[in-house]
Design a binder for this molecule. Structure first.
Ligand code: ATP
Ligand code: MG
Length: 396
């Protein structure tokens, strides 16, 4: 936002007043040249982390091992990173250590793509030694320097290229693309946590189909669990229709659905994410067979119901997906939205029946809940009492 830019320019100004070179770098510069809003605006400087901390009274050590200090006094805060190159790379993963340098060009040289290797100076002018502005104008994702070397250093960059292609609609420059195909095998060295973060951005990019195609063609998908199955040629159409989901977890749900996988958690989804995937797939299974009932709407969260209907549509099981309004209406007109909304409690059942508590209380609460939700029973104490006493009588 404008506030993020103001904060960053202020930090650049103060570093410069203290005699240090400082610029704005990274994704924010790229997004600005593309006319997109930026979420964080990062500063790079020749000053060492200790010097940065001496200039700004309020800082936090967020990534001091990588030379990053978070400056807290203009608000919103700004991440300030000392110009650095990266040390040796082992196993195609991130470098073991970083080395500070005094040249901005050296710092930009270690960045992945030309569009991510542009700096804005304090006066607003660009420093763009690798031609990033031109590549943005051409709509091209191009590795900085020799692509084989760059993907050899850090295999995640291949997936970042795919992510940026999905986000921007840009084409991967042919030489860069050919290098991805040559290095695809080394994607298996990258941690699942880093892969998951990229995939979450791919799911919400609005061009998951582009990503699935690029990953299939380059050989990246083959090396990645579930994606080897879900990104096969015959599935590309589903990803193309996937569009822009409300939440990233819908991408994981479609991946599981198309891969036919029921268990295993190769991308370390959180428990909340696993539950959402399950709810979406349950919703999809139901909606593929019939319209949602009030009980479905009661049991399943609204986003899962919506995603389930979309999936049933995109896999060809139903003509039109339910509109979000239809699903909201179903959800909002339920007689109760949780057990707490029932006019009675388990203690009432115990008192009315004269029986001792036990597992039967929970079972009867569930019966009552279902009868109320599906409008076979009014949610009043009298109606529930009558229905319950008749029920246990006929039970014997
Ligand atoms: P986003 O908009 O998702 O934040 P970003 O380009 O800002 O995208 P970050 O991961 O925030 O991505 O990284 C900030 C900058 O650091 C990038 O623009 C790029 O210059 C550099 N960078 C990040 N990851 C890598 C990497 N794996 N290899 C080389 N440079 C990288
Ligand atoms: Mg960023």
């Amino acid at each position: 936002t404008d506030k993020h830019w103001q904060s960053a320019f202020e930090v650049v100004g103060r570093l410069r007043e203290a005699g240090h070179e400082a610029v704005i770098v990274g994704g924010a510069v790229r997004d600005r040249l593309m006319g997109l809003p930026a979420h964080d605006v990062d500063v790079a400087t020749a000053a060492l982390p200790e010097e940065v901390k001496a200039i700004f009274p309020k800082t936090a050590d967020v990534g001091i091992a990588h030379g990053t200090v978070m400056v807290l006094d203009p608000s919103p805060p700004v991440e300030v990173t000392t110009y650095r190159t990266e040390g040796t790379y082992t196993d195609h993963r991130r470098p073991d250590h970083v080395e500070y340098v005094t040249s901005l060009k050296e710092d930009l040289r270690r960045r992945d793509f030309t569009m991510n290797a542009i700096a804005i100076r304090g006066d607003g002018s660009l420093y763009d030694p690798f031609g990033g502005e031109k590549d943005i104008a051409l709509g091209i994702i191009r590795a900085v320097g020799d692509p084989d070397e760059r993907f050899g250093e850090d295999a995640l960059r291949m997936l970042r290229a795919v992510r940026f292609a999905a986000k921007t609609g840009f084409k991967i420059e042919p030489g860069t693309g050919a290098a991805i195909a040559r290095h695809a095998g080394s994607i298996s060295h990258v941690s699942v946590e880093r892969i998951k973060m990229e995939m979450d951005k791919i799911w919400t990019s609005g061009r998951a189909g582009t990503a699935a195609q690029l990953m299939g063609e380059s050989g990246l998908a083959e090396r990645l669990p579930l994606m080897n199955l879900a990104f096969s040629g015959e599935n590309l159409g589903f990803w193309q229709k996937f569009g822009k989901p409300v939440q990233p977890v819908e991408g994981w749900a479609l991946l599981y659905h198309l891969a036919g996988a029921r268990d295993g958690n190769p991308y370390k989804l959180s428990n909340a994410e696993k539950r959402s995937v399950r709810d979406i797939l349950t919703s999809c299974r139901i909606r593929s067979e019939r319209p949602y009932s009030p009980m479905d709407a009661y049991r399943l969260p609204e986003p899962a119901l919506m995603a389930g209907a979309r999936f049933a549509h995109l896999t060809g099981k139903i003509g039109n997906p339910d509109s979000p309004d239809q699903i909201s209406l179903l959800k909002n007109t339920l007689p109760i939205s949780s057990l707490r909304d029932l006019a009675i409690t388990g203690n009432d059942l115990i008192a009315w029946s004269g029986r001792k508590g036990g597992p039967w209380v929970k079972e009867w609460l569930a019966n009552i809940e279902e009868a109320v939700v599906s409008r076979h029973l009014e949610n009043t104490r009298e109606d529930i009492k009558g229905w319950f006493l008749d029920g246990i009588e006929s039970e014997g």
